[in-house]
Each structure stands twice: as structure tokens, then as C-alpha cells.
Design a protein around this ligand. Structure first.
Ligand SMILES: Cc1cc2nc3c(=O)[nH]c(=O)nc-3n(C[C@H](O)[C@H](O)[C@H](O)COP(=O)(O)O)c2cc1C
Length: 177
């Protein structure tokens, strides 16, 4: 599949079939994520994969009702975290730029987009979720203090083909100087 097709047709999927996603495919998604650029090649993103029915059932309780409903049939959920205070930081712990701690989230976003595009390429759907119970997830997955949870991503075979939500007119977002 060509890149343009992936960019144009990837959608946030809020209804999944229960068909399993193989471990091999999950690894492919994370390999694609890891190829994204990062601050000084610091690669601060980490991934926790919930892919057994029992653990997924428990995990759904850490999502608000609307997100729980969105991914209730998705067979896999990926928790994306970052190792804090590396990307965008100097060795002495000070910020490298005016963006302060922003580059660690920037890097993670690049990785997650690669993951979502590769998922589309493999026939899978994804849903990035930004609203979840951080404390419960941290405890459930035993995530260490030096990591921060950034996003939860539902992964599975889509059971719908949504239209692209309207994008702003290009003239609104671009300035040629
Ligand atoms: C950081 C981030 C957080 C998001 N959180 C949620 C969420 O909690 N629940 C949800 O249904 N969609 C969530 N989305 C999906 C967006 O609503 C979606 O990407 C947007 O409407 C554009 O649609 P598209 O992804 O199909 O192009 C999130 C997307 C991003 C990038």
C-alpha cells in the first residue's frame, strides 16, 4: 500500500470485530513506531500490550464509558509511555529549548502516528485515547515512576469504515512568507 493511501484513509476506529490480532502484527506496529525520528535519537517511548481477553476485560474498567464502548471488542490495547526528562533535556536536567518538556511528547506522537499508519497498512484499525484513569493503569501495569503514560491505543480489525472528519481549509493553516 502506498504512503498516500495510508495517510488519506487511516481513521480513528470506534467499532471493532473480535478477530484476534497476532503478536507478530503487534510487534510490526511497534517496530514501525520505533523508526520515527526522536530528539538526539533518544527513543523515549515504551509500550505495554494488553492482549489476553481476561486482562483486556479488566483494563476496560480504567476507561471512561464512551472510550470503553469504543474499544470493547478490540482484541488488543497498547499503552504508550515515555521515559521522562530525556528528550528535550540537557544532561544536567535543564530544558534544552523553550518547549521545555514538550519534545518528549512530540517524539511520542511521531511514534504513535507511525504505529497507526502501519496498522492501517496491515488492515488493522486504531483508536488513540487521551482520556483514561492514569493511576489505575499505572498500578495495573506496574509502570515505574520514571515513566509517564501518554496515550492508550485500541487495536483490532475495523467493523466500520468511517468518513474522514472534516479538515480545516489549507489556507487557514499555512502561511507562505
Ligand atoms: C491525542 C489524541 C487523543 C484522542 N483521544 C480520543 C479519545 O479519548 N476518544 C476518542 O474517541 N477519540 C480520541 N482521539 C481521536 C480523535 O478524535 C480523531 O483523531 C479526530 O477526530 C480525527 O479523526 P481521524 O483520526 O479519523 O482522522 C484522540 C486523538 C488524539 C490524537
Amino acid at each position: 500500500m502506498d504512503l498516500e493511501q495510508c495517510i488519506n484513509n487511516r481513521r480513528s476506529i470506534r467499532k471493532y470485530s473480535t478477530k484476534q490480532v497476532t503478536k507478530e502484527d503487534i510487534i510490526k506496529l511497534i517496530e514501525a513506531a520505533q523508526k520515527a525520528p526522536s530528539w538526539k535519537n533518544s527513543q523515549v517511548s515504551r509500550y505495554y500490550v494488553i492482549n489476553t481477553p481476561e486482562n483486556k476485560e479488566k483494563f476496560l474498567n480504567f476507561l471512561p464509558e464512551f472510550n470503553k464502548n469504543n474499544v470493547k471488542d478490540a482484541p488488543a490495547i497498547i499503552v504508550s509511555t515515555i521515559v521522562k526528562n530525556r528528550s528535550g533535556f540537557e544532561r544536567d536536567g535543564s530544558y534544552s529549548t523553550h518547549l521545555k518538556e514538550g519534545f518528549q511528547y512530540f517524539d511520542n506522537g511521531l511514534q504513535v502516528q507511525n504505529l497507526c499508519l502501519e496498522a492501517y497498512n496491515l488492515g488493522l484499525g486504531t483508536l488513540i485515547m487521551g482520556i483514561y484513569d492514569e493511576k489505575e493503569i499505572r498500578t495495573f501495569l506496574n509502570i515505574p515512576e520514571e515513566q509517564e503514560i501518554v496515550a492508550i491505543i485500541g487495536v483490532g480489525y475495523p467493523d466500520i469504515t468511517p468518513e474522514m472528519p472534516k479538515r480545516k481549509d489549507i489556507a487557514e493553516i499555512i502561511s507562505f512568507i
